[in-house]
Design a protein around this ligand. Structure first.
Ligand SMILES: Cc1ncc(COP(=O)(O)O)c(C=O)c1O
Length: 368
């Protein structure tokens, strides 16, 4: 199957094989050795000297940990939302009692730093800004470097909490250079692993905030995770099989090299965008900010998205994503992250060219 959803992504055979290893003592030397091996590699991926914690949870759990470890109920938070995952991040902060102001941009748009600056100027004392780096629901990558610089200029003490779930490891994130405070990614995206692990990088500023942060937390108490990691362990029983897989996945990623990985994602994304446009279809994303990990395609009049997805799956063994929330039925999404090569994209485009007429739309031309 050509699994072209924006996560979970296909896993390399060596990763799958590693995950079938017998269990070990999660407090024993094997686990400590794995943690010691992966720690510097995770830091390299995050481009940081900060601690990168491994939390057994999905990406959403990682985002929740970012919020509850740095904030207190009543804190002023600016939630920058360009889609469904921005709404989720905002929703987490609201659920834990932050005083959230939402700055929402329309589907397909990136966040505008000028508007972020204005929103911060209107609310002095903003404690944290929540930013989605890559909005998986719309296929847009925010200009994170510019947004972070804007926050630093306007609100120097505000924490910058970043959802990099579907970007980090596929699209560069410069955690230290951009002065980001908490950065979260998820194993089922570019990391070529199954779902179940969140990676959470934490700055010195965020650890300082942690000292006074009063939102309730227990499982996601990152201080416990940090203390355990410092002794080669985890506070709770971790998803050990995913640790085995991560050990191998990071070796594969490092062997390819991060620059080459980013270039491969750019290339696959370019091919996808060109291909769908040749079929006469339009992207949802403002092209200047179109994502290198997922392409959201607008459904033209007459196209039945669920029929398209069913046809692709049943006749072509190609699985693409649908639209989420208000975009359901209005777009479909092609994932191109993690284990993806040019051939996967060519196969997807060829399948699309055949499946589109079955689902009610006659493509403009051959895509491949
Ligand atoms: C940008 C973004 N944020 C958050 C999440 C949530 O991650 P999870 O579904 O692993 O909880 C996802 C995953 O779909 C995502 O793409």
């Amino acid at each position: 199957v050509n699994l072209r959803i924006p996560g979970p992504t296909p896993c390399p055979p060596d990763v799958l094989a590693a995950m079938s290893r017998p269990m070990v003592d999660h407090r024993g030397p094997e686990t400590a050795e794995i943690l010691a091996r992966v720690a510097p590699k995770l830091k390299a991926a995050f481009q940081t000297e900060n601690d990168v914690l491994l939390v057994t949870t999905s990406g959403t759990g990682g985002l929740e940990s970012a919020v509850v470890n740095t904030l207190s109920p009543g804190d002023a938070v600016l939630a920058v939302s360009i889609g469904n995952f921005g709404e989720r991040f905002s929703g987490i902060a609201t659920a834990y009692g932050a005083d959230v102001t939402k700055l929402k941009f329309e589907n397909g748009a990136a966040a505008d730093p000028t508007k972020v600056r204005a929103a911060l100027a209107e609310r002095p004392g903003t404690r944290a800004v929540l930013i989605t780096h890559n909005e998986t629901s719309t296929g847009v990558t925010n200009p994170l470097a510019d947004l972070a610089a804007t926050v630093r200029a306007e609100a120097p003490d505000a924490l910058i909490l970043v959802d990099a779930v579907s970007s980090l490891s596929s699209i560069p994130v410069k955690t230290d250079a951009w002065d980001l405070d908490v950065v979260v990614s998820g194993s089922q995206k570019g990391w070529m692993l199954p779902p179940g692990l969140a990676f959470v990088a934490i700055s010195a500023r965020a650890w300082q905030a942690n000292e006074t942060a009063r939102m309730p937390r227990y499982y996601f108490d990152l201080k416990k995770h940090k203390q355990a990691l410092d002794t080669g362990s985890t506070p709770w029983t971790p998803a050990l099989s995913l640790f085995f897989g991560l050990d191998v996945a990071l070796e594969l990623l490092e062997a390819e090299g991060w620059e080459q990985i980013y270039a491969r994602h750019q290339h696959c994304a370019d091919l996808t965008r060109q291909g769908v446009k040749r079929l006469g279809l339009e992207l949802l994303a403002d092209e200047r900010y179109a994502s290198n990990t997922v392409t959201a395609v607008k459904a033209p009049p007459g196209l039945d998205v669920s029929r398209l997805r069913k046809t692709l799956r049943e006749r072509h063994n190609v699985v693409v994503g649908g639209g989420q929330a208000d975009l359901s039925g209005k777009i479909f999404r092609i994932g191109h992250l993690g284990l993806v090569q040019e051939e996967d994209i060519r196969e997807t485009l060829a399948a699309l060219a055949e499946a589109l007429p079955v689902a009610g739309y006659q493509p403009a031309a051959a895509a491949v």
